[in-house]
Write a protein that binds this ligand. Sequence first.
Ligand code: ZN
Ligand code: ZN
Length: 474
Amino acid sequence: MNGHLSPERTAFHLKPARCAGSARQKLTDYVVQIAKDSLLPFDVVVMEMVQWPACIDGLDATRRPFASGQHLALANAHGETAKYWVQRLTDLTGQTDLEALTLLPFAGVLRDPFGLVGHGRRWCPVCLQDDLLAGAEIYERLIWSIRLVERCPIHDVPLTSECPNCQYRHCNETCRRSISGHCARCHYWLGASLSCYRRSLHCRRRNSSRQKWLANEFASLLDVPDTTLIKMSQENAVLMLESGIDRLAGGSAKRFASECGKSPSSLSEWRAGLVIPSIQTILDICEKFQIRLVDWLCANSDAWPVDPERRKHTHGYSPRRTAYLERDWSSIERKLRTVADSDRCTLSWKQTAENLGIDPSQLHAKFPELAGKISRKAREHRTRDSVNRREARRTVLLGKLKQIVRKMLVAGIDPTRRHVEAELTKHGIEYRWADYPLIAQARHEVDRAIPYISAPSRYSSSQRSSPGHMETKG
Ligand SMILES: [Zn+2]
Ligand SMILES: [Zn+2]
């Protein structure tokens, strides 16, 4: 009786293969799985159900998902595209935890979704093989999408994007006929055992310690429980910098910047919240001081290394540090405000801070706005001052030059630059090449004042300017 019935339809695998921890599935792979289970090509699902691009303001509605140059991996990141895909897929599937398949839960601490996920599709063949051998669901991991992760944190082998069968490089996150764990072009199985895969890598050995470290840091970031995740924020980066300045450099931002290998101006921009340090910068500092990324993002100030050498160094500064903690900040703020509002604000920020007996960088971190105002006023004052001084010097020098030129002309000596220079040196007057136009100006002005000394005498050599010659001009 059952012979003529159509076979039972494959059940939809609406639950993601894994939606927590470092081995969580990526959102694009989840859509690949839905497509496969519903016996639809992946591109049909994307074009008809999810749509591309996200239909929100600011995105060009004419772009097609599989046209060249599209960045489909953004669906796995933490920007607007990822938000749109999650929302659309939540409506389609009724699954409420799909955000976890993207980097959206980490949006508060990660920046630059474009830079964070790579364009291409990458995988660890050993992880895929393990899934197959364990009879588990075959799926692709979110961590493989992160551009900075180049190795598998579990197997410590490099991720690959090349099919072992047809050598096709998967330069795009997905393609029209994607199938999890299989080549997009020849559909060959992409998994391999650890020994097989290692053998195929023999000629591509590279220094892997940094890559290994990065892979582990991102894996532990994806592993953090929700209770820790809510403690992470971008403001923590500033707290962490402050505690680093305090612990490593005894409160000196300049020394801390040089220890980190970063410029003091970048550091001050991060501290003032004008610029948020990129994840790459944070990782650089973390690696340098062997701080866990998670500790940094949670602002765990105890993560800074306690080096006996450094502690000794820091100890010398401790009285100031204690003072820093016990200061009457409201009265200091009042004083700073008076300085900033006064018209006679001429001291630089450094001098102002030193007058108050506080490290300039610490004070800057406390009152960035006032610091900006005072620095600006001091700068304006300095500029005014230097213009006035330059003007005064010019006037004095011009007077001297006119004197010299007049004397020379009267004595019948041609006031060439060389002669005037020699005269200036004799009088011990300092001059530089920028003053040369003044010599010409002095000659011009003297010429106008005493026109009776005619031009020919000045162009004759000093030998020819005899007294008789002078008489003819008189
Ligand atoms: Zn692996
Ligand atoms: Zn292939």
